[in-house]
Design a protein around this ligand. Sequence first.
Ligand code: G4P
Length: 526
Amino acid sequence: MTDQTRPDDPVSIRRTFAIISHPDAGKTTLTEKLLLFGGAIQLAGEVKAKRNRVNTRSDWMNIERQRGISVMTSVMTFEYDGRVFNLLDTPGHEDFSEDTYRTLTAVDSAIMVIDAAKGIEDRTRKLFEVCRLRDIPIVTFINKMDRETRDPFDLLDEIEKTLALDTAPVTWPIGRGKDFAGTYNLAQNTIRRLDGEVEATPVSGPEDKLFDELLSQYDVDEWREEVALAREGLRPFDLAAFREGHLSPVFFGSALRNFGVRDLIDSLGAIAPPPRAQEAEGRMVEADERKMTGFIFKIQANMDPNHRDRIAFMRVCSGKLTRGMKAKLVRTGKPITLSAPQFFFAQDRAIADEAYAGDVVGIPNHGTLRIGDTLSEGEQIVFRGVPSFAPELMRRVKIGDAMKQKKLREALQQLAEEGVVQLFIPFDGSGAIVGVVGALQLDVLKERLGAEYNLPIDYEPVRFSICRWVEADDRAELDKFMTANNSAMANDLDGAPVFMAPSPFSLQYDAERWPAIRFTDVKDYQ
Ligand code: G4P
């Protein structure tokens, strides 16, 4: 494994990553243990404790507390072994998948956590597909080896078949379940023992006497055969294939027992890519360019209920961000002063005096910044790829008090800019329609409109269940289509035309009738 880190180069020492997994596979536990390694928290358990504390303080988070889920996305920065790690957390609940997808546009690599008893689960697969769209390199962690597990060959085979991803086991479990004793590093010929993981111990090979001792409760001959098979039959690690997103190194461990976690963080440091070049309209932006650029992938309101602030999370893509600098908000062309950019840690946030490519900074603002915005040092450049997905549920928002219509429209606009819901303003002048990917987003919207804007609302069903952005090469064709379908047309937040249909069937029917029109279900923010 190679390491291209140059200690004097702030970009090369950065690793910006996320953890993808199905709920319950161990993401929170692993996060805690990774942060412990980085010294970011004192005691494991604080990630959860923190989560609960935030919840009890925050009004709209009631929903989260009641349902026992985390709807927060945040970033945690820590240092370990001369490197800076930025861990971007993703919401566990699938109703907030849009948030997760956007977060994944801001990472350079990911850890995929798999429950050793369950294998690839639904949500892991979906999140993996999002990573694949951007060829994000994936390190696999097969967790809960201290419990009853499936056969390791089976698990690797499942990853290869269901994800079409090559695997290269770096470690191999020594025993499983209650007999899990540690891991054997296949290439380095070293072991790490469950009860004393700190340093890896060299062994002479799978025949080493030590294994007889470690596997006294287990069939040691069977294990040696397994290792021989793994060595012969399975792929060796290949850095280029990993970096291209085709091959995943696999580690076995137990997050709960803090085992295998160090392997993971060491391998992220050694093989995961430093900040990658980012695609903007017209050109690629290299991480080591001198001028600062970045894009907003997430907006979060009320992170600290004492300051009713709104934080825009920006991934720095190039150059150096310094506190107090003036940047250009490309969408409006206006300057914005970055007077209090912030870094986030597990327990705290702190003013960021400087930040480099790969870093994620929070920029407090009062609605100036939107998801998908690009900031630059003057260049008229727009980053691509922060997506918006066609919603799967649509509702009309109703408010009893007609005097509050204007206020409602403004509030909806603000919350749509934060990415809470998507907003559609029908051409025919009827009330605003909101669209979401998951039903829980509707609950959050209602709760926040009530709590923060004093706007008690209800939802009304609409006759549409599906919508698509529409485009055409010929503007006249698009106009003709929009006029013919006026009562099914709306503008989204950016004024882009959206066609709404009662069912996928009717959408298909219309698509066939209007061949010059392109119907798209994913849109880049602009
Ligand atoms: P998530 O964020 O992916 O949803 O998973 P989380 O870390 O919350 O872990 C889910 C459950 O699995 C937790 O148990 C956790 O303690 C357990 N767990 C995580 N890693 C391991 C492991 O390596 N081995 C074993 N045996 N268990 C593991 P819980 O009882 O649901 O929660 P808690 O009350 O213990 O926190």
